[in-house]
Design a protein around this ligand. Structure first.
Ligand SMILES: [Zn+2]
Length: 377
């Protein structure tokens, strides 16, 4: 502000003097050796990849328990299940390929990234790190889409009561395995590397963000969010949502709307994207249903549900807007109380040995209500 009283060259000289005075450090600091820095850069990059891989395996371990035990609630969305996931170098950004391959031995062909305990793959002795050489005589391609193509093949070949023959490379050895598929809710679980505290379901996939994984304190919290997203898919909320969105003429926004519909919605990112026009009509009810049915998925998988409601208190501390802001999602106090009530309902069923199935609306009362509504007032 003072500068306006000086002529231009004087101002410039003063600025230089000020900058020079401020910009020169006063202490004798250690010099950074460039070879040591390169080494440290590499180490930190390895840690990033390792952290992602650990999150991924943790997510898959929890999710596999839920999809395997939730078949009754998934109805016709149940398919043959081998309990393996795969990745390749291509699943990581290009700048990570070198680290992923040299440090973690993940190349451009699909290798097994996780094996669900008790699944077909586990029983057949498949191990994480196995490189898939063939599936029923078919050779998986390398490069972009390697994992998707392998997963498509597994889905195609997967038949109840029919063993699937796979050849894998384990170290220097080639190993033949024969997997008899079990069954599970037929949705893929993915981990997005983005540092966003959110999750969503799109009718086919359950996507959890790395930022969300980092927020979870316990496996029960992982299970709570996976179960919530699984419930959206199992109850076909997204299909219904798409129909609503079409009616609203939002075809171009479908993905975003689907994300808004299915999301845990912790920080409003998807809400801004999806904006909820047209598709917002049933959102709160769908979210409440995903919370309700999700707890049944969780309980069926044997996860402790007692602290489920507290998760929403913790969520409120990081997004205070969600305490009072009513949007496509219930507020965090609403969620807390509704979940407490559901936990009590499930506790009573466990106590009296009843099957853990969500309560359905009574068909006849539903009809009666429609009749009442049909009468003009
Ligand atoms: Zn949701």
């Amino acid at each position: 502000m003072q500068a306006i009283t000086f002529s231009r060259p004087a101002t410039f000289a003063l600025l230089l003097a000020v900058l020079a005075g401020c910009a020169t450090p006063q202490t004798r600091m250690p010099t950074v050796d460039s070879a040591a820095m390169q080494e440290e850069t590499r180490k930190q990059r390895e840690m990033v990849v390792e952290d992602y891989m650990n999150s991924y395996r943790r997510l898959q371990a929890v999710a596999s328990r839920i999809v395997m035990s939730g078949t009754e609630l998934c109805a016709e969305k149940v398919g043959p299940y081998y309990g393996l996931t795969a990745w390749s170098r291509e699943d990581f950004g290009k700048e990570w390929h070198d680290v992923v391959q040299s440090r973690f031995s993940v190349s451009d062909v699909a290798s097994i990234s996780s094996v669900a305990p008790g699944s077909a793959a586990d029983q057949a002795g498949v191990k994480a790190g196995d490189v898939v050489l063939s599936v029923n005589g078919w050779t998986p391609p390398a490069g972009k889409g390697a994992v998707d193509k392998l997963m498509e093949k597994l889905a195609q070949e997967g038949k109840f009561g029919m063993p699937l023959e796979m050849v894998v490379r384990r170290g220097a050895e080639e190993v033949k395995v024969s997997m008899m598929p079990g069954q599970a809710c037929d949705f893929r679980v993915r981990l997005s590397p983005d540092d966003v505290k959110n999750a969503y379901a799109d009718g086919q996939n359950i996507v959890i963000y790395k930022g969300m994984m980092d927020f979870f304190h316990t496996d029960e919290e992982v299970a709570l969010v996976v179960s919530h997203e699984l419930a959206h898919n199992a109850m076909k909320h997204i299909d219904a949502k798409k129909t609503n969105a079409m009616v609203g003429g939002l075809v171009g926004l479908l993905l975003d709307v689907a994300a808004a519909a299915g999301g845990v919605n912790t920080n409003g990112d998807f809400m801004r994207l999806g904006s909820n026009m047209g598709a917002g009509v049933y959102s709160v009810a769908f979210e409440q249903e995903a919370d309700y049915v999700g707890l049944y998925f969780m309980a069926n998988a044997g996860y402790k549900i007692d602290d489920a409601a507290s998760f929403w208190r913790r969520m409120a501390t990081t997004n205070s807007r969600a305490i009072t802001m009513k949007s496509s999602h219930p507020t965090t106090p609403e969620r807390f109380i509704a979940i407490e009530t559901t936990v009590e309902e499930i506790r009573q069923k466990i106590g009296s040995g009843q099957p853990l199935k969500p309560e359905l609306k009574h068909a006849s009362s539903e009809m009666a209500r429609e009749e009442v509504q049909a009468i003009p007032h």
